[in-house]
Design a protein around this ligand. Structure first.
Ligand code: GDP
Ligand code: MN
Length: 427
């Protein structure tokens, strides 16, 4: 694999890259992943025999105090539990700097927990709104002598899982990937046979641990990380830092695990760890109604049936100089009530300046959609212009319903003219 590819692979898998990709619908649509919190990830690592510092979660300042106390007065780290990387260098919306603090007393744990819990942590991966911190993790402090980076990911190009490792781990790994790609070692892994002990040891030697014992420990971790990746249908197992401590231990001091949503049926124990408070509320709400919704950052609300047509719709809007506010596939079996719900969700975004309904009636009947549109428009007091294109099954009936509704609906037959109208009225 070329360095260029390795770098791009690493970059494309960081949450930062993923969040900036959200404005590109075709990428945002490819896959939804489950992420789980660090305090839960460490349990999973431990189950696979991978060492981490000892830790306890806490939901209140008092629990944080007790947790810190249980480490016998030794220094601990307090870590905000939000589903985003870059916590160490982040800041809270109440002014507190840093989502990771090294502290010496249980009182400090209580004090910091009281500031972190209930606040939003903003990091370079969260966007300006940040993520709500509901819990903190109290971990025994260890002193890293050196910080490494290791991750297992799927590589689209080789169509294999790969282990990515660097001896320049820590909070600036993205910069390392950009400026010093030679510092990243990428190793393809045979899907069936896993990562061999010899190969793993070879990687560890290249990274340069302090001695044979540490090389062996690191290699052992690499092998087990892949085992976890495979057994749990993970899409991302990222450890940063993998630390060699002053006392010669090799430990995973942070963990970011992602899982393939398509595997939820056979990974129930993992998927029950989902924390919806970390997800976009509109997206969570939509999923409950069987609507496939992804928020984007434009101002034209979209309501479409079929993922392919939905993507084409976003493209045509973009092509006409508009910016879609969302991807929304209402599916093939939506009821009028679900359509109304879809409108509500689209309208929950403050930025909406027009709504574009683009339905190709097949299994989904146009008249059902039209009824949903009329209901929603009346009940929700719709004030933004509504551009509608309905074609296919029960099209004539649908048009009749819209005409008789007395509502001001801009109806079109052609996709291009409808899209350009939706763009025009949004301006
Ligand atoms: P992230 O910023 O979200 O990636 O959070 P991390 O869990 O990786 O913590 C950020 C940084 O804090 C790490 O890269 C370490 O340098 C540091 N850190 C974390 N735990 C400890 C610890 O126990 N002792 C010391 N000295 N530093 C720590
Ligand atoms: Mn980290």
């Amino acid at each position: 694999m070329s360095m260029f590819r390795a770098v791009n692979l690493l970059r494309s898998h960081t949450a930062m890259a993923r969040s900036s990709m959200r404005s590109t619908p075709s990428v945002a649509m490819q896959k939804r992943f489950l992420s789980i919190h660090e305090y839960l990830s460490v349990n999973l690592l431990n189950k696979f025999g991978i060492d981490t510092p000892k830790s306890l979660p806490a939901s209140t300042p008092e629990e944080a105090y007790e947790a810190a106390k249980s480490f016998g007065g030794k220094p601990v780290v307090i870590k905000a539990q939000v589903l985003a990387g870059g916590r160490g260098k982040g800041h809270f919306d109440n002014g507190l700097q840093g989502g990771v603090h090294l502290i010496n007393t249980p009182e400090e744990a209580r004090d910091l927990a009281s500031k972190m819990i209930g606040a939003h942590l903003i990091t370079k991966q969260t966007g300006a709104a940040g993520r709500l911190c509901n819990k903190v993790m109290i971990a025994e402090a260890r002193t890293p002598a050196h910080e490494y980076y290791v991750a297992v990911l799927n590589d689209r190009v080789s169509q294999l899982p790969v282990l990515i490792a660097s001896n320049q781990g820590g909070t600036s790994i993205e910069e390392v990937a950009k400026e010093n790609p030679d510092a990243i070692i990428t190793t393809p892994i045979d899907f069936k046979n896993g990562l061999g002990q010899d190969k793993a040891l070879e990687i560890a030697k290249k990274l340069g641990f302090s001695g044979a014992e540490q090389e062996k420990a690191a290699a052992d971790i690499f092998v087990k990380l892949y085992k976890l990746f495979e057994a749990k249908d993970a899409t991302q197992v990222e450890i940063n830092p993998l630390a060699e401590t002053k006392d010669g231990a090799v430990l995973c001091m942070d963990a970011k695990l992602g899982f393939d949503d398509n595997a939820d049926f056979r990974q129930e124990d993992v998927f029950q760890l989902r924390d919806v408070t970390q997800e976009d509320p509109a997206e969570v709400d939509a999923a409950k109604y069987g609507l496939n919704f992804i928020k984007l950052d434009g101002n034209i609300g979209c309501l479409v049936n079929g993922a392919g047509l939905a993507m084409a719709t976003l493209d045509v809007l973009t092509f006409n100089g508009g910016k879609p506010a969302n991807f929304l596939d209402v599916g093939g079996s939506a009821t009028a009530a679900a359509v109304k719900k879809a409108f509500e969700i689209v309208l929950s975004s403050q930025e909406i300046r027009s709504i574009f309904v683009n339905i190709f009636g097949g299994i989904m009947r146009c008249d059902v959609i039209a009824e949903g549109i009329v209901q929603a428009t009346k009940e929700l007091n719709l004030s933004v212009p509504l551009v509608v294109r309905l074609q296919g099954t029960k099209e004539a009936e649908a048009k009749e319903i819209l005409r008789n509704s007395g509502l001001k609906i801009l109806a079109f037959d052609g996709l291009d003219e409808a899209a350009s109208k939706a763009v025009e009225v949004a301006k």
